[in-house]
Structures are given as structure tokens and as C-alpha cells.
Design a protein around this ligand. Structure first.
Ligand code: NAI
Length: 243
């Protein structure tokens, strides 16, 4: 198995944390990126205690300057050939009353932030003639969801971005795929009330919510040599909630 350098955004907790642990366990050197240095240090410590290799960089995906700086630091470590665009936020509300800043914050972080990260790694991947870009979208990017017009637009945008770049970068041996998680138990979903959770559960054929590690497993696979012939695909990790 080849050891590579993986850059994971939003690696301080939830799905990003689980992904970082999983890629490190697969033998990759992982660069953990998020805003909170203390939390990043905790994840890096967990990886190192398990015998893995981890570095941390602070990044604010809503800031193009911060993205540039974070990747300048990453380049000192080596060439990033696995990029996981995982960080994401919600600012829910009905469209009629949605504030323009809530629209922009979500689009900037979830979609523009991911695109700018991709731009940072392309040259290195092209030189290596090997690359894996994995975008964490969402089930609602395919199904739609009331009260989440901004979030859904950002996630549907990520799927469109994934497909376009898969075509654009295929000849360079860079694969680009999206994962669309369903309801995964993290801080993001912990805020949802019991009635919503019950309603969701009723629509999940596997009759349970997903765990961060179950998304991480899909990322690990798409990042591997075994997934070499998969590009432009959307892998649903949702317990069957949307087919
Ligand atoms: P979370 O809220 O637990 O973690 C999000 C991560 O993104 C955190 O590390 C946070 O620090 C980071 N982040 C947010 N804004 C950032 C910014 N401006 N700059 C840098 N880092 C930033 O969320 P969770 O649940 O782990 O979600 C991870 C991804 O999976 C997100 O893109 C989310 O939209 C997506 N997802 C989650 C689902 C779920 O049920 N939890 C379902 C479908 C998709």
C-alpha cells in the first residue's frame, strides 16, 4: 500500500476527525486543517499515539487568504495528493426570511472554500500524475430540504463541481468523487430535536443513524489504489434514506 500525504479540512471533530484517523491508520501522513488549534492538537495526538503521522495547520475556509497560507504550510511538509473537502456549516432558515449573509457564509465555506482548496493542490497532483479529491456533500444536495436552501445549494454545487473536475482532470490520473452522507451522529446533528430525529429515523431503512467512522471508511476506500477506476461518482452513505 502506498503512503501519501492527505489534507483533511474540518479535521477537528466529527466526520473530519474520523476521516483523519482512518487515513492515518491506512498509512498516510495526514495534515489536519481547521480553525481551532487546540482541537487539532488533540486529534494529532490521537493519531500519533496510534503510531500514525499527523501535522496540523489552521485554516478558515471562508477566507481565501487563510486557505492560501494553510496550503503554503502544507507544501513545506510535501505534496498533497489526497484532498478531503470535509468542512461544512449550516445556517438554516426559510428562504423567504434568509439573510444574505447566511446565504453567503454557507456558500463561501462549503462550496467556494472547497474549490479554492482544490486549486491549491492541482499543480502538485498533476506533477505526481496521481491525485484523489473527495468532496463531502450531503444527501440533501440530491433530495432537497426545506429550510436549508443555502446548505442544499452548496452541497448540490459540490456534486456538480465533482463531476466537472472528474472530466477535466481524468487524463492527469486525478480522480474526483463525492460522498453524500445521510444522518450521521456528530455535533452538527446533535442540535436537532427529538421529533426531527424520530421523523428521520422512520425514513432510514437501516433503522439507525450513521457513525462518523462509517463515512471515513468510504473516504479511505476512495482515496486508495483500489478505487483507481472510480471518478465523478457520488457515493451514498445514508443507510438507504435516499436512493
Ligand atoms: P461538524 O460540525 O461536527 O464538523 C465540521 C467541521 O468543519 C469542524 O471541524 C469545523 O471546525 C469545520 N469548519 C466549519 N467551518 C469552518 C471554516 N470556516 N474553516 C475551517 N473549518 C471549518 O460536522 P460533521 O457532521 O462532522 O460534518 C462534516 C461534513 O459532513 C460537513 O461538510 C457536513 O455538511 C457533512 N455532512 C454531515 C452530515 C451529518 O449528518 N453530520 C450529513 C451530511 C453531510
Amino acid at each position: 500500500m502506498s503512503s501519501r500525504i492527505a489534507f483533511v479540512t474540518g479535521a477537528s471533530r466529527g466526520i473530519g476527525r474520523a476521516t483523519a484517523l482512518s487515513l492515518a491508520a491506512a498509512g498516510h501522513t495526514v495534515i489536519l486543517a481547521a480553525r481551532d488549534q487546540q482541537k487539532l492538537d488533540e486529534v494529532a495526538g490521537a493519531i500519533r499515539s496510534a503510531g500514525g503521522a499527523a501535522h496540523t495547520v489552521q485554516i478558515d475556509l471562508s477566507s481565501p487568504e487563510s486557505i492560501q497560507q494553510a496550503f503554503a504550510q502544507a507544501k513545506e511538509i510535501g505534496t498533497v495528493t489526497i484532498l478531503v473537502n470535509n468542512a461544512g456549516i449550516t445556517r438554516d432558515g426559510l428562504a423567504m426570511r434568509m439573510k444574505p449573509e447566511d446565504w453567503s457564509a454557507v456558500l463561501n465555506t462549503n462550496l467556494t472554500g472547497a474549490f479554492l482548496c482544490i486549486q491549491q493542490v492541482l499543480q502538485g497532483m498533476m506533477k505526481e500524475r496521481w491525485g484523489r479529491i473527495i468532496n463531502i456533500a450531503s444527501v440533501v444536495g440530491e433530495s432537497g430540504n426545506a429550510g436549508q436552501a443555502n446548505y442544499v445549494a452548496s452541497k448540490a454545487g459540490l456534486v456538480g463541481l465533482t463531476k466537472s473536475l472528474a472530466i477535466e482532470l481524468g487524463s492527469r490520473n486525478i480522480t474526483v468523487n463525492a460522498i453524500t452522507p445521510g444522518f450521521i451522529e456528530t455535533d452538527m446533528t446533535a442540535v436537532l430535536g427529538e421529533p426531527i430525529r424520530e421523523k428521520m429515523l422512520a425514513n432510514i431503512p437501516l433503522k439507525r443513524f450513521g457513525q462518523p467512522g462509517e463515512v471515513a471508511g468510504a473516504v479511505k476506500f476512495l482515496a486508495s489504489d483500489e478505487a483507481a477506476y472510480i471518478t465523478g461518482s457520488v457515493l451514498r452513505v445514508n443507510g438507504g434514506m435516499y436512493l
